[in-house]
Ligand binder design. Sequence first.
Ligand SMILES: C[S@@+](CC[C@H](N)C(=O)[O-])C[C@H]1O[C@@H](n2cnc3c(N)ncnc32)[C@H](O)[C@@H]1O
Length: 467
Amino acid sequence: MDMPEPLAIGSRVRMTIHDLAAGGEAVGRVENFVVFVPGGAPGDEVEVQITELKKNYGRGRICRIFKPSIRRIVPRCPVYNECGGCQFQHIDYDSQLQFKTKMVEDALQHIAGLESVRVHPCRRMKDPWQYRDKVQAVVAAKPYLPAGGPAPQRFRPYVGFYAQGTHKVVKVEDCAIQGSLNNQVLVAAREALERLQWPVYDEKDGTGLVRYLVVRSSRKAQEAILVVVSAQPRLPQVQEFVDMVRKRVRGLRGVLLNLNPHRSNVILGTRNQLLWGADHLVEEVRGLKFHISPSSFFQVNIGGLEAIYDAMDEYLDLKPRDTILDAYCGVGSLALYLARKAKRVVGIDESQAAIEDAVINSDLNDLANTDFTAGTVERILPGMYQKGVRFQSAVLDPPRKGCDPVVLDTLVKMHIPNLLYVSCNPSTLARDLGILANQGYRTLDVQPIDMFPQTFHVECVARITRK
Ligand SMILES: C[S@@+](CC[C@H](N)C(=O)[O-])C[C@H]1O[C@@H](n2cnc3c(N)ncnc32)[C@H](O)[C@@H]1O
């Protein structure tokens, strides 16, 4: 639909918000012309100022709410409107879940034309707040003049998250979706940075030291590991820093320095140096213990991981003689759960650190029937196929970009009867399910899981069988 005549950047229009888009923005229309409205809720009647115009759509900012939607609630976080971390705090939890279910249905239909799949209602979390066990916060600096008259300008470090779509850092002291231990560590580390006046990294010219603070904590033991990401390997008065944070946070178990001198958006560099304490955490879920290194992937929400376990129990009819593939296995969080029921589980992950953790985790849980290999699935799996390896079921849990075509092709050639696809991106899930549908596979069920409440993200588990 073409742009209506009077619409221009800066113009104000009245509209009713009728939907939410896949990226979390609300959607309204002016004479059928689509306008994306961040912060809108379906049912809102609003006045919007147009900020961006393209041929087929526009974007606008709410200037006035004439009539709020019945789905609208007061956001819990004081910096919700500035911070880019959450998109749905202004929408009640039931509506968030309904929207996520619909988003998955739409992706399956529009991207892959899959109409007969049973998409179940999005599984809710018992507590949709304070659920995250990992935080990656940015360290930024603002100039300040100490009280008591003119003085040389110094810089005060603060810690926060990028505002949506920008590199402006919004100060966050008490993130509403983080576990309280993570917030405590961030505050203690920020205070220590202030006292020691470590130079903050400046992404414009690459000068300075401290870039990010990454905290991972264990739900069960309530212990945390702090990783300070720095552009340089040496930090002044590093022992003082460690002592200050330790004194403030009882559950702190270790502090590491991660070296990242690269001028890119990647948060962690490849080298970790232990400054104090333990270099890993131990988490316990459903009776399984997991050794987790700071650079290995582990689900950020334990309630969400348990929901994946429940879906695996329901969708995979495992027999004690089965050999199972866990592709993209990470530290083995799914593989070890499966190993308790199957004859053998074969895991593949490209991260050497994750595979080392997975091997440790097998020992930690006295599971001798696992076999983990480091390498990309697209390289390792075809080699296994050539050697005649076969599986009764396969679990796939790729990153957001989904599976490489070589992986799907090899799974098809291996004639695996049952597949279970775990995905954090409905679009690439739909694409891959569409490819499998053309190669003799049928998706029976998709269970969306609300792994990331208050945000537009959704996890899915799909049950796929050979026709
Ligand atoms: C979404 S995580 C899933 C990890 C694990 N299943 C879990 O639940 O903890 C995706 C994993 O894929 C790995 N990965 C990314 N690209 C890969 C590739 N091409 N081949 C193998 N592993 C890959 C990452 O290291 C990461 O551990």
